[in-house]
Design a binder for this molecule. Structure first.
Ligand code: KMH
Ligand code: ZN
Length: 314
């Protein structure tokens, strides 16, 4: 299986705002179209956030999630990965509301609190589509993305009714030691699916030696009890993907993390980035993992998960 690389695609996130790109998925229809195309292009994990269908504002509302989630569940075989990060401006209850209801196969879990500084993005916008966007971005200079050990315990508790696998978001080396602490207390159990997030202003930078340091630290702490994937935010996206492939890791692309397909050129779809990272994978003599292979690599029992899902929507 080591030549199989899992491609995650993060369709929309809660970082970028509609004025930054006309291609950022906002409505339920956008998310279904983008998710199906990204899955067809090779993404076996779809990392999902919800937005208000008209304003594009990050949303915790179950009806906004239901505008796309059941359709992606029945029309793709991708692993649906619900963000519990939501938006840094949401309460933890809001961040968990929909995932508690939809009980996904996979959910993100952020391993530590941090600054999530988006305000430099505001300076690049000439014309605002919605009046919420500029304050949302500029106020992030005084915003803590809160993920205390107590928050982590609450997230795990809320999502452990079914075998939800966590995409453990790791923005810095301290988050690996927090995971080790939580594992020693039995709050999180191996094997772990680590997502190294590099290039967020407030987290570790997207540098080769930083990625190697994180991987070497994970090797030291967790031995072979983990698999890792890498996100390079913004222009670092494909370089970090290439490094991850070379280090034996998996990759995440998508408009949540990067709006561009090349320098100065907006990506027209998530699928475009999936296609591009697929060329990197195949150039390295590896293959894109299918959803079935991804479940096997990550130890996800498709029966337990899908069966539960179908019963819910019958
Ligand atoms: N939207 C960021 C504040 C996650 O999905 O868990 C955090 C995030 C990570 O997107
Ligand atoms: Zn996310």
């Amino acid at each position: 299986m080591s030549d199989k690389i899992i491609v995650s695609c993060a369709l929309t996130g809660s970082i970028h705002t509609p004025s930054m790109s006309p291609y950022l998925p906002v409505s339920g229809e956008d998310m279904v179209r983008e998710g199906k195309a990204a899955s067809a292009a090779g993404a076996s994990i779809l990392h999902l956030h919800a937005r208000h269908p008209e304003t594009g504002q990050p949303s915790a509302a179950l009806n906004h999630w239901q505008g796309f989630y059941p359709h992606l569940s029945s029309e793709t075989d991708a692993i649906l990965n619900m963000s519990t990060g939501g938006s840094a401006v949401m309460s933890l209850d809001d961040r968990l509301a929909a995932s508690g209801e939809l009980r996904p196969e996979m959910a993100s879990l952020n391993l530590g609190s941090m600054n999530f500084a988006l305000y430099p993005l505001a300076d690049r916008i000439k014309e605002w589509k919605h009046d919420w966007e500029e304050p949302f971005l500029r106020n992030s200079d005084d915003l803590v993305f809160k993920n205390t050990p107590r928050d982590v315990r609450e997230i795990v508790g809320k999502l452990s009714q079914r075998p939800t696998v966590f995409e453990l978001e790791c923005y810095d080396v301290s988050h690996l030691y927090m995971l080790d602490h939580l594992a020693n207390r039995g709050i999180l159990k191996p094997p772990f699916f680590l997502q190294f997030v590099l290039g967020v202003l407030g987290g570790a930078p997207p540098l080769p030696d930083v990625l190697s340091f994180l991987k070497n630290t994970a090797d030291k702490l967790f031995g072979d009890q983990y698999a890792f994937s890498v996100i390079g935010a913004g222009r670092a996206q494909m370089q970090m993907a290439a490094l991850s492939i070379g280090l034996g890791g998996h990759v995440r692309v998508g408009l949540e993390d990067n709006l561009y397909i090349a320098k100065g050129e907006l990506a027209k779809s998530n699928a475009q980035q999936v296609e591009k990272v697929k060329t990197l994978i195949e150039a390295n003599g590896k293959q894109v993992a299918t959803p079935a292979e991804a479940r096997q690599i990550l130890g996800i029992d498709p029966e337990a998960n899908h069966h539960t899902m179908e019963r819910q929507y019958l």
